[in-house]
Design a protein around this ligand. Structure first.
Ligand SMILES: [Zn+2]
Length: 436
């Protein structure tokens, strides 16, 4: 006799497992960074995959000219909800690849009951050869803490190029005036070991990098000699600084002062360095830079300061600018034509203005009592942008004047010198309107 199963039981038997399977299923989400668009010798690829049920399998293949090559696969399933996976792809492991277009395909399967999968395809260019670089054969005279300009050309596919000094990279720009080739303004930082050789680099983001050293000379005689100072910290100065820069802090005043002087200084310098990305891709100036008129030097570039409090050394810092004093509340003049990229308080620098002059070259003005310009304003050489003061870490009214090149602080003094600009810049690239 046929058993009649009530419809309700059938529904429960059939529908409930489906509901459970669907509810417990998930689809992996694959994040393949957008900058992966080339494959070279052995290109590093980082993937990020999320799946609430874990990841059963992941595989990467490269398709080219109708053939498919397995490049990598996940060794074992992962229970984690998210995974960052790294592997390499390129000619080293897949010698069949040829220069030209290809497709990188990543597939991931969920650890759920339905084995749902996701697939990402990316058009890539296979570049088996590194770019080639040719460097001008000139000798470059380098002064520590200062800047110079190198010209070169790069052929073949590349994604980044420039001049690298130690761990600091300076971007390449197309030659102005539509001339062929590239150039970089670069700095040899005040604290860079003198054995460091600046190199021109080009990279195509495919694991193919090439570097060629510049021919450099460090003239012994004219190298800067940085001075050492003992800076007496009075109780009044300490109270002024912590009252202004750490108003809600508590505890040991010396510890608070040292924290401002070290950690806040470091953070402020990082903020300044990041302004390198707010720069024009052409020269905004055509004259030498101007030093604040009638000003006295109270401190110069890269002075080492020992901070002495009640006879005891509490800190040491290097001063990366000039302290220029005139009179109280003097009009702070733009050193050259440019565009304001910062006009706001900045920690130890107090009320601060940064002016961009193009190609990563920027001037910095600190401790103002008042700022009269706004971010985005174009300013002219000699234009008053605000009044001097003693905001931030300043014990008296002065202008902290500094310069940076691609985020590396440099000695401004050569930019005040028309002959230096002629010899190091205008002779090598077109600097419209410049006469030394
Ligand atoms: Zn200063």
């Amino acid at each position: 006799m046929r058993k009649i199963v009530p419809a309700v039981i059938l529904l429960v038997v059939v529908v409930v497992p489906i509901v459970i399977v669907v509810a417990r299923s998930a689809t992996p989400v694959i994040d393949l960074p957008a900058q992966i668009n080339m494959i070279g010798q052995s290109t590093p690829i980082n993937l990020h995959i999320t799946d609430p049920r874990g990841i059963r399998s992941v595989s990467a293949t490269v398709e080219q000219n109708g053939a498919s090559y397995a490049v990598w696969k996940l060794a074992q399933p992962s229970k984690g909800k998210e995974e960052t996976l790294s592997f390499t792809a390129g000619v080293k492991t897949t010698p069949q690849l040829k220069d030209g277009t290809a497709k990188l395909i990543v597939e991931a399967v969920s650890n759920d009951l339905l084995h749902r999968s996701a697939r990402v395809e990316r058009d890539v260019t296979v570049v088996t050869r590194p770019p080639t670089v040719s460097v001008d054969s000139e000798q470059h005279y380098i002064y520590i803490g200062m800047a110079d300009l190198g010209t070169f050309s790069v052929s073949g596919a590349y994604t980044a190029a420039g001049i690298r000094v130690g761990d600091e990279a300076f971007r390449a720009w197309p030659m102005p005036g539509g001339k062929p080739g590239l150039f970089s303004l670069y700095a040899f930082a005040w604290n860079m070991p003198q054995s460091t050789v600046p190199v021109v680099f080009a990279s195509n983001g495919a694991g193919n990098d090439v570097t060629i050293p510049l021919t450099v000379i460090f003239p012994k005689k004219e190298q800067p000699h940085y001075t050492v100072h003992q800076l007496q910290v009075s109780d009044q100065f300490m109270q002024k600084v912590i009252g202004e820069l750490d108003p809600n802090g508590s505890g040991d005043v010396v510890a608070r002062f040292v924290k401002i002087n070290s950690e806040m200084r470091k953070a402020n310098n990082k903020t300044l360095a990041e302004l390198r990305f707010k720069t024009a891709d052409h020269f905004l100036f055509s004259q030498p830079f101007q030093r604040q008129p009638h000003s006295q030097n109270e401190a110069t570039f890269a002075d080492l300061r020992h901070y002495i409090y009640h006879g005891k050394e509490i800190d040491q810092q290097v001063h990366l600018g000039y302290d220029l004093a005139v009179t109280q509340h003097v009009g702070v003049q733009a050193s050259n034509d440019g565009r304001v990229v910062w006009a706001a308080p900045l920690g130890i620098y107090g009320n601060c203005i940064v002016v961009d002059h193009g190609y990563g070259l920027q001037t910095i003005y600190g401790h103002l009592s008042h700022i009269d310009v706004h971010e985005g304003d174009m300013v002219k050489r000699g234009q008053v942008m605000g009044q001097s003061g003693m905001t931030g870490m300043a014990g008296g009214d002065h202008i902290h004047f500094a310069m940076q090149l691609d985020g590396v602080q440099i000695d401004p003094k050569e930019w005040w010198d028309p002959h230096w600009i002629q010899d190091h810049v205008a002779r090598r690239v077109e600097l419209p309107g410049f006469h030394s």
